[in-house]
Ligand binder design. Structure first.
Ligand code: ADP
Length: 295
């Protein structure tokens, strides 16, 4: 079973500064690092590390070849990642001495993905595969519709929240994954309570308070507590959770077991700084779970 991910690929440029620059100020950074990020790439890496077979659909600019290579090193199949004549998606992340940050994102090639190319890539998918997407690319609605029509299960991280994009994708969704803030935004936008959202399955992540899986059709909810850890950097916690969750489901785990493993992976992630490069591998997650008191 394959997981197809239409998702963003970003270079995260992280600058350490004594304070966040004020308008008009020129400030020298004390440290600089670049790493692979973007919600889509993070989820593909989490999927691959969790042991799923994952094919990424996306786009980079000519400056972004290293990112496709890095994804491939993690085991992500990248033949449907196009190289376009424009800048790759990137984020300029400024972090001050107290850990406060300011982030500028330029979507670049991520928002120039052509829907027909995505639909063509998905033609090789099989009924029973998973399709996942987020809100940092173009073509999500067309892709989700094609995947759904082909008999794939469709998972959607509706983040960053954008009302029109979410409304277009929602009719094709099997499993919606949102954090608490996005859940509230979505309910306000649709004018309904959480239990009345028009999707069969919903996962709401609650940061250090865990996550809840709602089977909205059956009217059931299952809570998964977070694992207590000392967080260092919560970037990518939701993506690690989503990637591990879909990997588990695609590997035949029941929702409670898949969510528990996803929570363990996300807990490990938040103890390390960085995005894709800080997502834990499956053996580390399994060892962490084995060390926990039983449920
Ligand atoms: P997002 O990053 O999308 O805002 P959340 O902050 O809700 O998502 O985090 C996703 C999941 O990651 C949570 O459901 C939880 O399992 C785990 N997680 C997040 N923050 C922590 C934390 N401080 N300690 C332990 N687990 C965490």
């Amino acid at each position: 079973m394959t997981v197809w991910n239409l998702g963003s690929i970003n270079a995260d440029h992280v600058y350490r500064l004594p304070h966040l620059p004020r308008p008009g100020e020129t400030l020298a950074a004390q440290d600089y690092a670049v790493g692979l990020g973007g919600k889509g790439a993070n989820q593909s890496v989490a999927l691959a590390l969790a042991g799923a077979q994952v094919r990424h659909i996306g786009a980079i600019g000519v400056d972004g070849r290293w990112m496709a290579e890095r994804l491939a090193e993690f085991g992500v199949e990248c033949s449907a990642v196009a190289e376009l004549a424009m800048a790759s998606g990137h984020a300029i992340i400024e972090v001050d001495a107290a850990g406060e940050n300011a982030i500028l994102i330029y979507p670049g090639a991520n928002r120039a993905i052509a829907a027909p190319r995505v639909v063509q890539a998905l033609a090789a998918a099989q009924a029973g595969d998973w399709f996942i997407t987020q809100n940092e690319t173009s073509a999500q609605a067309e892709a989700a519709a094609a995947a759904h029509a082909q008999g794939l299960s469709v998972a959607y991280s509706a983040a960053p929240f954008e009302a029109a994009a979410v409304r277009a994708v929602l009719p094709h969704v099997t499993l919606l994954i949102v954090n608490e803030v996005e859940a509230a935004q979505l309910c306000a936008e649709m004018g309904v309570a959480l239990k009345d959202l028009p999707v069969p399955h919903l996962v709401v992540t609650l940061g250090a308070r865990g996550a809840v899986w709602h089977d909205l059709g059956a009217g059931l909810a299952h809570e998964t507590p977070a694992f207590p850890v000392i967080p260092v950097d919560t970037t990518g916690a939701g993506d690690t959770f989503a990637g591990y969750l879909i990997a588990g489901l695609s590997q035949g785990l029941e929702p409670p077991a898949a969510t528990r493993r996803a929570a363990a992976a996300a807990a490990r992630k938040v103890t390390r700084a960085g995005a894709a490069d800080a997502i834990p591998a499956r053996d580390a997650v399994d060892a962490f779970l084995a060390d926990q008191p039983s449920e």
